[in-house]
Design a protein around this ligand. Structure first.
Ligand code: PEP
Length: 249
């Protein structure tokens, strides 16, 4: 981990029921969490209110997506204003499942980030290459292009956490090695230094996501440029998620 405050997010994706989420919240409420870590969970929209009213304040709540502008006649969408109304502090944008399953592109994601930030939400901005892009030696090209799309849209980097999530590692059980992750994190930080500013490069947290679990988090957390994690599957188990939060070094 670097010098910024360690940040661990749990992305619950499209999982859970009222009952399973009530159990997960009670496990999180009783978990012992290192104080010097930002901890955020992202429940499905329909359970955000339940989670907000039952989860301890020490853990903040994120959405998994938000509409690109002010709410209105956009059937099926959820606005930033509505998220704020529920007490949500963060939104995950650019997740690989939204890019590659739903088909969101860089420009649309950049606009969503700009709007969410302008309304005061923090943004967990996801980037990451596909397996064929890595194998073709294009990892840096892909993540730099995704970074540029954010940089072209956002007014400031103050409220952004970057999540590097290689797509081949998400939900596959194939975690990046600490060296593979560190290499991309350094490159992204360097990109920020060259294209935004040295200050933003040094203070922006870059977290890793992709099959992080209670057994592999400690080695990853030792890397200098890994400032935390975005966790999918393992965030559905309270005690294991707590182990990941507490892997801060
Ligand atoms: C994610 O969806 O952000 C993620 C990292 O998932 P998993 O931990 O399940 O690979």
């Amino acid at each position: 981990a670097g010098t910024g405050k360690f940040f661990v997010g749990g992305n619950w994706k499209c999982n859970g029921t009222k009952d399973s989420i009530s159990k997960l919240v009670s496990d999180l409420n009783s978990a012992k969490l290192e104080p010097d870590v930002d901890v955020v969970v992202a429940p499905p929209f329909v359970y955000i209110d339940q989670v907000k009213s039952s989860l301890i304040d020490r853990i903040e709540v994120s959405a998994q997506n938000s509409w690109v502008g002010k709410g209105g006649a956009f059937t099926g969408e959820i606005s930033v204003e509505q998220l704020k109304d529920l007490g949500v502090k963060w939104v995950i944008l650019g997740h690989s499942e939204r890019r590659h399953v739903i088909g969101e592109n860089d420009e649309f994601i950049g606009k969503k980030a700009a709007y969410a930030l302008s309304e005061g939400l923090g943004v967990i901005a996801c980037i990451g290459e596909l397996l064929q892009e890595r194998e073709a030696g294009k990892t840096f090209d892909v993540v730099f292009q995704q970074m540029k799309a954010f940089a072209d849209s956002v007014p400031s980097w103050d409220n952004i956490v970057i999540a590097y999530e290689p797509v081949w590692a998400i939900g596959t059980g194939k975690v990046a090695t600490p060296q593979q992750a560190q290499e991309v994190h350094v490159a992204v930080r360097d990109w920020l230094k060259k294209n935004v500013s040295a200050e933003v490069a040094s203070k922006t947290r870059i977290i890793y996501g992709g099959s992080v679990n209670g057994s592999n988090c400690a080695e990853l957390a030792k890397q200098e440029d890994i400032d935390g994690f975005l966790v999918g599957g393992a965030s559905l188990k309270g005690p294991e998620f707590a182990v990941i939060v507490n892997s801060v070094t």
